[in-house]
Design a protein around this ligand. Structure first.
Ligand SMILES: *Cc1c(COP(=O)(O)O)cnc(C)c1O
Length: 361
C-alpha cells in the first residue's frame, strides 16, 4: 500500500480508510452488476437500493422523523445559499440571519436577491472569534438562518437558538454535520455539503420539513425547487451517483462505530488534545476562537509571526501532517479534525506542536 498522510485540510477532507478500501474493492464490479458504480444506470434496481440505503442511514443516524424529506442534490452548499431564500420566501416578510463567518456572509449576500434580510447578530467586528449568545429571532419572519460551524474561524454553536413558533430555523451544517447528536425537529431545514464530514465533494444533503415545500413560487426554475427533488426521491434528474455512494459507505461506517453519540465522544477527545496544547503553550500558540465558542471540527490558532507559522506548516508536511495552513482570509494555522480524522493523527499533531514549540520559543 502507498503511504498515507494525516490530512488536516478543511475540505475536501480525510475519509475513513475503510471506506476508501471498500470503494476500491467494489470499483470495477458494483453489486454484482459487472459494472462500476460510475457506469451503472441511476434507474437500475441496484442503484435504487444503494440510494435508499444512504437516505435511510441519514434518517437513522440523525433520528429524522417522517415529517422530513431527505434530498441529495448537486451544486454544493453554496447553491443552498440561494435555494433557501428562493424556496422559503414569504412576500412581505424579512429573512433573519446570524453572521458568524465567511460562509454566513456569503449566504446573506445571496438571500439579499430575494427580499429584505436582517442580520440580527454578528461577530464580524471581533473577527468572528465567537458565537453570539442569547440570539433571539423575531416573530413574523420568513425564516431564521444560522451556520452551525464556522470552518474558517474555528467556532461552533454550543446551543440551538430558539425561534418563534411557525418560524423555520435553517442551518448550514456543512462542516459539522453528524459530529454529535442533534435534535432535527428544532430545524425546518438542514443543509450540508458532503465534503467535510460525510463523503467527497459533489453532493449536498438537504433535510427539509415537508410542509415547507409548498412555499416556493410557481415560476421558480424546476431544478431549484426542493419540491421537485422531494417528489422524485432526488431522482428527478441524474443524481451525483458516485459521491452519494461514498456517503453511503461512510454512513455505514459511522453506524458501525456507534453513531453520532460515539462520534461526539471521539470528537471531544480529539479537540481537547489540541486545545490543551494551545492553552498549555504559554502563549506560543494563540487560539483564534474564544473559549465557549471553540469548534470540535476546526482548530484555529496563530503564532508570533507568519514566518514561524510557515515553518510550522512545512515541518508538519515533512512529517506527514498536511493541510495545516489557515484559510487565506484568517491567516495562521488550522487543523481540521472532522469525524474521519483518527485519534492517532491528532496525537501525532499534538506531539509535533509540542516539539515545535520547544525548539522555537
Ligand atoms: C465548505 C462550506 C460551504 C461551501 O460548500 P460548497 O459545497 O463548496 O459550496 C458552505 N458552508 C460551510 C459552513 C462550509 O464549511
Amino acid at each position: 500500500m502507498t503511504k498515507r498522510v494525516y490530512n488536516f485540510y478543511a475540505g475536501p477532507a480525510t475519509l475513513p480508510l475503510k471506506v476508501l478500501e471498500q470503494a476500491k474493492e467494489e470499483f470495477l464490479d458494483f453489486a454484482d452488476t459487472g459494472m462500476s458504480v460510475l457506469e451503472i444506470s441511476h434507474r437500475s434496481k441496484q442503484w435504487d437500493k444503494a440510494m435508499s440505503e444512504a437516505t435511510n442511514l441519514v434518517r437513522e443516524l440523525m433520528n429524522v422523523s417522517d415529517e422530513y424529506k431527505i434530498l441529495w442534490l448537486g451544486g454544493g452548499a453554496s447553491t443552498q445559499f440561494y435555494m433557501t431564500p428562493l424556496n422559503l420566501q414569504v412576500k412581505g416578510k424579512p429573512m433573519e440571519y446570524v453572521n458568524t463567518g465567511g460562509w454566513s456572509t456569503k449566504a446573506i449576500k445571496e438571500a439579499e436577491h430575494f427580499g429584505e434580510v436582517k442580520v440580527i447578530a454578528s461577530s464580524e467586528a471581533d473577527k468572528f472569534t465567537y458565537i453570539p449568545e442569547d440570539v433571539k429571532f423575531s416573530e413574523d419572519i420568513a425564516f431564521a438562518h444560522i451556520t452551525s460551524n464556522n470552518t474558517l474561524y474555528g467556532t461552533e454553536w454550543g446551543y440551538t437558538p430558539s425561534v418563534p413558533k411557525d418560524v423555520p430555523l435553517v442551518c448550514d451544517m456543512s462542516s459539522n454535520i453528524m459530529d454529535k447528536p442533534i435534535n432535527v425537529s428544532d430545524y425546518g431545514v438542514i443543509y450540508a455539503g458532503a465534503q467535510k464530514n460525510l463523503g467527497p465533494a459533489g453532493v449536498t444533503l438537504v433535510i427539509v420539513r415537508e410542509d415547507l415545500l409548498d412555499r416556493v413560487p410557481q415560476h421558480a426554475p424546476t431544478m431549484m425547487k426542493w419540491k421537485t427533488h422531494a417528489e422524485k426521491d432526488s431522482m428527478f434528474n441524474t443524481p451525483p451517483v458516485f459521491p452519494i455512494y461514498i456517503c453511503k459507505l461512510s454512513l455505514e461506517y459511522l453506524k458501525e462505530i456507534g453513531g453520532t453519540k460515539e462520534m461526539e465522544k471521539r470528537n471531544l477527545e480529539k479537540a481537547k488534545i489540541l486545545y490543551d496544547v494551545i492553552d498549555g503553550s504559554d502563549g506560543f500558540y494563540k487560539g483564534h476562537a474564544r473559549l465557549g465558542s471553540r469548534s470540535l471540527m476546526n482548530v484555529t490558532f496563530t503564532m508570533a509571526t507568519p514566518e514561524l507559522e510557515q515553518k510550522c506548516v512545512e515541518g508538519g508536511t515533512a512529517r506527514g501532517l498536511v493541510g495545516l495552513k489557515g484559510h487565506r482570509s484568517v491567516g495562521g494555522m488550522r487543523a481540521s479534525i472532522y469525524n474521519a480524522m483518527p485519534l492517532e493523527g491528532v496525537k501525532k499533531l499534538a506531539e509535533y506542536l509540542n516539539e515545535f514549540k520547544d525548539e522555537n520559543q
